[in-house]
Design a protein around this ligand. Structure first.
Ligand code: DQA
Length: 147
């Protein structure tokens, strides 16, 4: 099974960026935790982060035929990017949307996700552990779909 993890803008600054909202773990710490899960589950994992919307679109398009599913924290693009929404509609790859913070308890502009209705499900509000929860949920979903 092949899983991709796509991270959007400013997530490269996790650990130092607004730690009261996003916690003290760096993106590398989170990657390490998810990689440990993936190797235990015999899942091959690719991990990306970009600050650029077009590059995010390219990453989504590049998943076609390369990944069975994805974890996606599109960060601020979640709330704004029809281009990224269109890319997911085009590739038809199941994904779980992840947010460190509970976006539904934040400012009105953050409560709207342009991806949520396309996702298998959403994990939000559990900090960095949300990535691990989302990984388990995605793998479970993909396994059930196989049977
Ligand atoms: C975020 C929430 C977004 O609103 C914000 O722009 C982010 C991080 C989260 O993980 O909680 O950059 O996606």
């Amino acid at each position: 099974m092949r899983v991709a993890v796509l991270n959007g803008p400013n997530l490269n600054l996790l650990g130092v960026r607004e730690p009261h909202l996003y916690g003290r773990d760096s993106l590398q710490d989170i990657e390490q935790a998810v990689r440990a899960k993936a190797s235990a589950a015999d899942v091959s994992l690719v991990w990306h982060q970009t600050n650029h919307e077009g590059e995010f679109v390219d990453l989504v398009q590049g998943l076609r035929g390369e990944a069975d599913g994805a974890l996606v924290n599109a960060a601020a693009f979640t709330h704004t990017s029809l281009a990224i929404r269109d890319a997911w509609l085009a590739v038809e790859i199941p994904f779980v949307e992840v947010h460190l913070s509970n976006i539904f308890a934040r400012e009105p502009d953050r409560q709207r996700s342009l991806l949520a209705d396309l996702a298998v499900g959403i994990v939000a509000g559990f900090g960095s552990h949300g990535y691990v929860l989302a990984f388990d949920a995605l793998v479970n979903y993909l396994k059930l779909r196989e049977t």
